[in-house]
Design a protein around this ligand. Structure first.
Ligand code: GCW
Length: 669
């Protein structure tokens, strides 16, 4: 039987008939019980128990314990809330599927879990016409034309997949939002989805267009201080909650890349956000206000979000959270963390990560992103001294904000395998896992995902794969795939696209291939690669140190001094912060030019290595997924050569130096 990847990491048996003991029923508990009944294969029953003792109250209604009880004759999942039981049930099934309950392990279960972030949310950049901005896995999952009358079975499958990894919220539509989404007609469609997602604990949010009062309400203005505008929003929010009583709130992209916003009326971002926060408050709704703002100005783009938002700290309502991209520019293969994390103390802030690979080879390149997200979350901002990591600034623990959230821009579309590249499913999985527990290692997440996806321990027959002859060999292979492909993949992309702190060398607009030479007459300077790489006969890189744009000053000490010094700046961020002479001596002893050549080439070599390693999987993985990945790795290798050659040949015009003899030479054609 063909294996199409649609089952994601949920390859459980479906023919079980296990005993599951429940005290009471609810839509959520029923799902937990039914999942276990079908897929639990161990010789002891599972009990799902609601208990509000001190321990479980502290874990919250999403937290849970899993323990072996009654003299090892039962496994009990306990939570103070229904949702915790569902999460506990999936956890148990994942332990089973990855072979972690074998032998005596089942007799000694003692697990206690609680999420690090309260809101773990996907952002879909899905347009109402079915296209997805920066989406590479087909069209939108939401069939707006057919909703609410026709309900695709994939809506529930989507909610289930999210629940299985702890994702509890979703923004259905693009941040470049059509006002239409708030029309009465669309709200009925949104309601249909919300009703399906609810028992899985996935709450619905919407992106809104700030000028909706004009576009939809016919008002002459959207000025946030105008009384009629406020009244319009109040009425609209009332209408939303009458249709979707547990609606989550709004995500807003305002005064950014041409979107309307409060600044159109001389008002601040805080005034805009507070208008919405006030009308959402009676319903416990929240506003996620994006800090992704920059305009063509003399000021370095990397500094602008900080300059605009830091002075507003303390001016936002309690139910506003400022959503900040991991880096200060735009989801580049590598950026330092945004200095806004750690700059706003009185305002809740949340990271926005990009799961979809806009700048990482779309769905053609393998790039496991847990290492990249960890790099950001583990970065120390030094906001309150050592240990003030981005994770702690945003999970509520450093400043005690009650709102704590993390967003991921989804890579999901209506492709049969959901994400385009079979290995890109790992990024959806990794986002959920890190949002739940940010100190999980990238290695562990990669390992879990590979096992759940390629090791159908539970019941191989139900997914049509013969159990591997030699389990040990399969385990060895998955360890190899994790260490040698997943864990190295993001760094390889950085190497062949933009090493040493280079950024935004992408082709105009679509952002797939290299175009460092791109220069479009009349276009915004800050959309041209030369704005970022600044290559000239002397050297390359953007001087953001105190001798340049002084973006380094936006970081707390000692980071600010570290980034500022040419010799103390980490080399992987060197050209982000400094304009460096071609002859500069690097830590390896090579000149900057040679180092650049070596690093680009290393990216190519590593990618070719991925192909060889993947080929070893042939006898263990079903043909369809094996060949799909094999094919894409070939594209990736070709693209890596393209990137290396294009960038080196282009920069060579400035460096005027030869490519070291040991390296493969670019071919001109
Ligand atoms: O990364 C850039 C993308 C835009 C996107 C924008 C944003 C949704 O190129 O397509 O628009 O960021 O995050 O708002």
């Amino acid at each position: 039987r063909a294996e199409d990847g649609s089952a994601l990491w949920l390859r459980y048996a479906t023919n079980g008939q296990s005993e599951v003991i429940v005290q009471r029923q609810s839509p959520t508990i029923n799902i937990a019980a039914s999942e276990l009944r079908k897929a639990w294969l161990m010789p002891v029953p599972v009990a799902l128990e609601i208990r509000s003792d001190k321990e479980h109250r502290a874990l919250g209604n999403e937290g849970y314990t899993i323990r072996t009880t009654i003299g090892a004759k039962q496994v009990t999942v306990t939570s103070s809330g229904d949702q915790g039981l569902l999460y506990g049930a999936y956890h148990l099934l994942q332990l089973q599927a990855t072979g972690q309950l074998e032998g005596t392990k089942l007799d000694r279960l003692d697990i206690s879990e609680k999420p690090d972030y309260k809101i773990r949310i996907l952002n879909h950049w899905d347009n109402l016409d079915g296209t997805i901005e920066r989406g590479y896995a087909g069209h939108s999952l939401w069939n707006w034309d057919e909703l609410p009358a026709v309900i695709s079975p994939r809506y529930e499958a989507y909610a289930r997949a999210n629940a299985s990894i702890g994702i509890n919220a979703t923004v259905l539509n693009n941040v470049n939002a059509s006002p239409e989404i708030l029309s009465a007609n669309y709200l009925q469609k949104v309601k249909a989805l919300a009703d399906i997602f609810r028992p899985y604990g996935v709450k619905v949010y919407l992106s809104i267009n700030f000028a909706s009062p004009m576009a939809l309400g016919g008002l002459p203005t959207a000025d946030p201080l105008n009384k009629e505008v406020a009244a319009w929003w109040k009425q609209k929010v009332k209408e939303i909650y009458s249709v979707i009583p547990d609606f989550g709130g709004f995500l807003v992209k305002a005064n950014s890349e041409g979107q309307p916003g409060p600044c159109d009326y001389g008002r601040t971002h805080a005034e805009g956000a507070n208008l919405l926060a006030d009308v959402l408050k009676p319903y416990q709704g929240i506003v996620m206000w994006r800090a992704f703002v920059y305009s063509p100005s003399d000021s370095d783009r990397a500094k602008q979000a900080y300059l605009e938002f830091e002075p507003l700290d303390g001016k936002f309502r309690e139910n506003v959270i400022v959503q900040i991209k991991n880096g200060p520019v735009d989801f580049q293969p590598r950026e330092p963390f945004s200095p806004l994390f750690g700059a706003m103390k009185k305002t809740a802030v949340m990271p926005e990560l990009q799961i979809t690979q806009e700048y990482l080879g779309f769905s053609n390149h393998v790039a496991f992103l847990a290492p990249m997200w960890k790099e950001c979350l583990d970065s120390d901002t030094y906001a309150q001294g050592e240990g003030s990591t981005v994770a702690r600034v945003t999970d509520g623990s450093l400043y005690g904000h009650s709102l704590a959230a993390i967003a991921g821009v989804s890579n999901i579309g209506n492709d049969v395998n959901w994400c385009g590249h079979p290995l890109a499913q790992a990024n959806w999985y990794a986002f959920g896992r890190l949002a739940w527990k940010h100190d999980l290692s990238a290695e562990q997440i990669g390992e879990e995902w590979l096992r759940l996806t390629f090791l159908p321990v539970a019941d191989a027959r139900t997914v049509g794969i013969e159990p591997a002859e030699d389990r040990e060999q399969l385990n060895w292979l998955l360890t190899l795939l994790n260490a040698e492909i997943l864990q190295k993949s993001r760094e390889a992309v950085v190497d062949y696209m933009m090493p040493l702190g280079l950024h935004h060398l992408f082709a105009w607009n679509h952002h797939y291939g290299p175009e460092p030479w791109c220069d479009i007459e009349g276009a915004r300077a800050d959309w041209m690669p030369a704005y970022y790489h600044r290559a000239d006969p002397n050297g390359i890189g953007f001087d953001r140190s105190s001798t340049g744009s002084n973006a380094t000053a936006q970081y707390h000490s000692p980071l600010c001094e570290q980034y500022d010094g040419l010799d103390t700046c980490p080399e992987k961020l060197l050209l982000w912060f400094h304009h460096v002479p071609w002859t500069h001596s690097m830590k390896s002893g090579r000149t900057l030019w040679d180092e650049l050549c070596y690093t680009y080439d290393r990216g190519v070599q590593t990618t070719r290595q991925f192909q060889k390693i993947w080929d070893r999987a042939e006898t263990f993985i079903d043909r369809q997924r094996f060949e799909d990945v094999q094919h894409r790795l070939r594209i990736q290798s070709r693209d890596a050569v393209w990137w290396r050659d294009a960038c080196l040949l282009y920069f060579q015009q400035f460096s005027k130096q030869a490519i070291p003899h040991e390296l493969e030479r670019p071919v001109h054609n």
